[in-house]
Every structure is written in structure tokens, then in C-alpha cells.
Design a protein around this ligand. Structure first.
Ligand code: GLU
Length: 278
């Protein structure tokens, strides 16, 4: 199904929702519950939802007595190992209110680049969705190194949306929409609709998020949105606080139209009646 406007999001069959570390860890861990409320509402109307959640490293930090995101790889991997477990526990605890079961899916970039693990990942997630389980995806941070990382989870979410032929990708952050320049700067205007192929020339997208524990900013959202749109997935970029409105097709955020669906193959030309008769 091709979703050409944000109103269409409400009737999407398959949606990927991506949430960043700063929205659901530390002082914001309490925001998991309203996020789960919105996902459960979409799930209840029959929508297949996949959650791509960052936050493993940020959630693990206090358990390793770290005040700031570690800079060395081994400590990042250790923090992710501890934090991923707690993150899934917190999601499951919240999902229990709706009798929804979570399935953890940890992927490396290599898994999506190579045919066999790629089709294994697709088959497993299709089956989880058939079983009405909520797949919660993150990068497999404990084995990922700087050289082989996806880069950021916005990109991972776009690749998952492509893998699963999702109708919609919702990219959540601390900001309600993409702006023509960093939102704190004078003259910044929200971008409402982005037509497929619009290069967004002349706009300035920042590269860092607001709160310090995440890795993405507006520029990673734009790159991920383009990647998903090329694969035929509509994209909405908005804030975690507006996820319920976003999933209901309300007029929030920045909407990226997907690549037009390939036209159905034309019927073969009718046989020339004279030739047919001869
Ligand atoms: N996978 C990382 C984590 O869960 C975050 C990556 C990102 O935010 O882009 O901590």
C-alpha cells in the first residue's frame, strides 16, 4: 500500500517507529509508557508495528557508574550489553498492560547487507508480526565496531522499513518537525510536506541531537527519510511526545512522500486481427 499523505498513516498496514536514546532513557525513562500506549493503540486496530529503539548504551550507563556516554568502544559495548537487557525489560513491563509480547531483534549492518542473514531477519520478523508480537529492533552494539556500524539508528530504521516493505516509517526525536534551519535560530520554519525527490536545497540540518546521549540529529533524519522514501515507504518526522497523533494521521511533523509505486505492467498489445486470422 502506498501512503501519499499523513492522513493515510492511520490506515497503514505495517509501520516502523524509531525512538532515540534521549527520549526513553535517564530522566525520560517514564516516556516509555506513553510511547507504548500509542503503539498499543495502533496494534489494537490491526496495524503491524515494529519498534526500532536506541537507548541500550544510555540505559546501561548508570549501572556502570558512568555520567556521560563512554567514548571507547569496549565500554560502549559493555554499557550496551547491560542496557539492552534493561531496555527490553522496561518495554515488556509497559506492554504487559496491553497483553502484548515483545520480541528482541538485534542486527548488525552485515546482517542486512548479505542475502542469507537478510532473508533470515525478514522471515523472523514477518513471523513475529504474524504472531502479533512487537519486534523491538536495535543494532547489536555488543559486537558492532566503529568500522561496521550502521552509523546511527535512523539509518537502521530506514533499512528495516525497506527490508519489511513497511508502508510508513515514523522517526521520533525531541523536536516536533524538521525545520528549515536549526529550530533555535531566528527564521527557522517547520517543513510540513516534502515531495518525493525534493533535494531540500538551501536548508540547514544540524548533525547533533539536543540531549547528548543520542547520536542522530536533523541531518540523519533527512538521510534516513530519503532512503526509506526511495524504497516506497512514507516517512513522518516528529517528536516522541506526538507519536500518538502521528500514528493517527494528525497534522503534525514533517511528511516525506514515498517514491511513486511502479506502474502495473501494461497489457500486451492486442494481436493484429488480420495476423490472427491468417
Ligand atoms: N544502538 C545505540 C544504543 O542503543 C544507539 C545508536 C543511535 O542512537 O543511533 O545505544
Amino acid at each position: 500500500m502506498s501512503i501519499d499523505s499523513r492522513e493515510g498513516i492511520r490506515s497503514a498496514a505495517r509501520v516502523v517507529v524509531k525512538v532515540g536514546s534521549s527520549s526513553i532513557s535517564g530522566a525520560n525513562a517514564g516516556r516509555i509508557a506513553p510511547l507504548v500506549d500509542a503503539i498499543a493503540a495502533a496494534h489494537a486496530r490491526g496495524c503491524e508495528v515494529v519498534l526500532v529503539s536506541s537507548g541500550a548504551i544510555a540505559t546501561g550507563m548508570p549501572y556502570l557508574q558512568l555520567d556521560a556516554r563512554p567514548t571507547d568502544l569496549a565500554t560502549q559495548q559493555a554499557a550496551a550489553s547491560v542496557g539492552q537487557n534493561l531496555l527490553i525489560f522496561r518495554y515488556q513491563d509497559s506492554l504487559d498492560r496491553y497483553d502484548i509480547v515483545a520480541g528482541q531483534v538485534l542486527l548488525t549492518a552485515g546482517d542486512l547487507e548479505n542475502a542469507t542473514p537478510r532473508s533470515n531477519a525478514r522471515r523472523a520478523m514477518d513471523r513475529l508480526l504474524d504472531l502479533r508480537i512487537l519486534p523491538i529492533v536495535n543494532e547489536n552494539d555488543t559486537v558492532a565496531t566503529h568500522e561496521i556500524r550502521f552509523g546511527d539508528n535512523d539509518r537502521l530504521a530506514a533499512l528495516v522499513a525497506q527490508l519489511l516493505d513497511a508502508d510508513v516509517l515514523v522517526l521520533l526525536s525531541d523536536v516536533d518537525a524538521l525545520y528549515t534551519r536549526p529550530p533555535q535560530e531566528p527564521g527557522a520554519e517547520p517543513l510540513v510536506d516534502v515531495a518525493y525527490g525534493d533535494e531540500l536545497e538551501g536548508f540547514v540540518f544540524g548533525s547533533v541531537g539536543a540531549a547528548g546521549v543520542g547520536t542522530g540529529g536533523a541531518s540523519t533524519k533527512v538521510s534516513a527519510a530519503r532512503l526509506a522514501a526511495e524504497g516506497g515507504t512514507a516517512v513522518l518526522v516528529t517528536s516522541t511526545a506526538l507519536v500518538d497523533q502521528a500514528l493517527n494521521g494528525a497534522p503534525v511533523g514533517t511528511f516525506f512522500a514515498p517514491a511513486p509505486a511502479d506502474p502495473a505492467p501494461a497489457d500486451p498489445a492486442p494481436a493484429d486481427p488480420m495476423t490472427a486470422l491468417s
